[in-house]
Write a protein that binds this ligand. Structure first.
Ligand code: ATP
Length: 235
């Protein structure tokens, strides 16, 4: 479904990411694990067209998106939930969701997508008129994911969605992501929370110092000694 390769990102002289490649199939949850500064956010932003990566190859269902600007990448079916959520705090939940439905691909299915989001996150349905800035961190994360889903994506990119959430909310969030997968959307998830994310993932990639250094099924990664030492507290 989504195939990316040749992703390199530099900041001045600093090579944040070199030649990364990965793929995500329909209805898969893929997790990217890596330490702080490994290049995870840069990878997602480059895929979404928000950072330059001149030689990158991004294909979605065979269509070449490599040279498209960010809004056309969303239009093609790839939506990013950025780290820090990127919600509009002064607007209501309903207004944030409506903004997500702006792409042409989303307009005809707006009511259907809204119903899906309400089913996934019933709390949003109860709070449609609430100003987003007054919501809890977990609720704001739901708004961010709900808004991205309103664009009717084939693939959802999520940058550390569990950051700052309590263990209970992390579980709720990941249960919701499983339900998103059931609708056939592919999820590419960057996470520090290795234990919980591997528990819901199908496959994963390891990223160290700007390079993809390993990959495998979630089960294989969970039982890999190096992964256990680096990301699972050595247990
Ligand atoms: P974290 O988990 O801490 O968010 P990350 O794996 O997402 O880390 P990136 O944010 O992709 O890592 O950053 C990769 C490297 O590029 C880091 O060394 C970071 O300091 C550097 N970097 C990121 N953004 C910039 C920038 N705007 N200017 C300069 N260097 C940057």
């Amino acid at each position: 479904m989504l195939e990316v390769s040749n992703i390199s990102v530099t900041y001045g002289q600093h090579h944040a990411l070199s030649d990364a490649a990965l793929h995500v199939e329909r209805g898969e949850i893929i997790v990217i694990l890596g330490a702080n500064g490994a290049g995870k956010s840069s990878l997602l932003k480059a895929i979404a067209g928000l950072l330059p990566s001149p030689a990158k190859i991004v294909k979605l269902a065979g269509r070449d998106l490599s040279r498209l600007p960010p809004h056309e990448i969303v239009e093609a079916g790839l939506a990013l939930v950025p780290e820090g959520r990127g919600v509009f705090g002064e607007l209501t939940v309903a207004e944030n969701l409506l903004l997500g439905a702006n792409p042409k691909r989303a307009r005809a299915v707006e009511a259907e997508q809204r119903a899906k989001v309400m089913t996934l996150f019933p709390r949003l349905g109860e709070r449609l008129a609430q100003t987003v800035r007054t919501m809890s961190g977990g609720e704001q994360q739901m708004v961010a994911i709900g808004r991205a889903l309103m664009s009717n994506p084939e693939i959802l990119l999520l940058d550390e969605p569990s950051l700052g959430l309590s263990p209970l909310l992390v579980r709720e969030l990941f249960a919701a992501l499983r339900k998103v997968r059931e609708t056939g959307v592919g999820l590419l998830l960057v996470e520090q929370n290795a234990r919980e994310s591997l528990a819901i993932a199908d496959r994963g990639y390891l990223i160290e110092n700007g390079k993809i250094t390993g990959s495998g099924t979630a089960a294989a990664l969970q039982s890999d000694d190096a992964v256990r030492r680096a990301y699972l507290g050595g247990l």
